[in-house]
Design a protein around this ligand. Structure first.
Ligand SMILES: N[C@@H](CCC(=O)N[C@@H](CS)C(=O)NCC(=O)O)C(=O)O
Length: 230
């Protein structure tokens, strides 16, 4: 193995990179390492952004899922998850931006608005509105054949699958209706990409991470209710 990916089952940005690694057949090149100690001074001293995924290559740590994705395409061009022309690449990257900047970023931030007792409704509405705008744009942009574009798996699918997973998972927790079922093209794409063998594999990991997170939260709630001394 020549590279190490600091990752986590439930991390959507890490899922984006794992999906690319699986699609490119790079598993024998990349050790998957669950990230420990996020937000600790030691972690931040080593990885200044303090976020995952991180790809370690030859002593260097590459942050940011989009940058890692680009590095992997450049270092391992075949099989390509990009297009065959600059215009095709622009189409892929526009859809990647929809998944990353317009859907994943606001949805990931909205996660902090899940608890009603501490929720700021203005913040919740702003973040949910941004993500809904991204999903509505996707309705006009996404392919009708089960892929984001070009009729095959590309970097666009790697960013969109975790983005739509977050929409489906977070919207109910912040008391906003999930927009996906009301958007026929997005909904058809969402159903299809989850059935793609590589999409399905990443969904198993994301759902495993979600189940583990929910079990931890249940345990913490029980502990908080337990009488002192128990
Ligand atoms: N723009 C970054 C976002 C990465 C990110 O926010 N990762 C989350 C996990 S999915 C994280 O590490 N969060 C830690 C924190 O918020 O302190 C990327 O694309 O990699």
């Amino acid at each position: 193995m020549t590279m190490k990916l600091l990752t986590g089952d439930l991390s959507p940005y890490s899922a984006r990179v794992r999906m690319q690694i699986y699609a490119k057949g790079l598993e024998s090149e990349v050790e998957m390492a669950p990230a420990d100690g996020l937000r600790t001074p030691a972690f931040i001293a080593r990885y200044p952004l303090g976020r995952i995924p991180i790809l370690e290559v030859g002593g260097e740590a590459i942050p940011e899922s989009a940058v890692i994705a680009q590095y992997l395409e450049e270092a391992y061009p075949k099989p390509s998850l990009l297009g065959g022309t600059p215009l095709e690449n622009a189409r892929i990257r526009a859809l990647e931006h929809v998944g990353d900047i317009h859907i994943m970023n606001p949805m990931y931030s909205a996660n902090a608005q899940g608890r009603r007792s501490t929720r700021n409704n203005g913040t919740r509405d702003l973040l949910a509105g941004l993500a809904i705008r991204g999903v509505e744009a996707l309705e006009r942009l996404v392919g009708a054949d089960g892929f984001a574009c070009l009729g095959r798996l590309t970097l666009a699918d790697c960013a969109l699958l975790p983005g739509l997973f977050l929409v489906q998972t977070i919207m109910p927790t912040i008391d906003v209706p999930d927009p996906i079922p009301g958007l026929p093209k997005v909904n058809a794409y969402w159903q299809a990409i989850q059935r793609h063998p590589i999409g399905a594999r990443v969904m198993v990991e994301l759902n495993r991470g979600l189940a583990a997170r929910r079990a931890l939260l249940r345990e913490a709630a029980l502990q908080a209710k337990a009488p002192p001394g128990r």
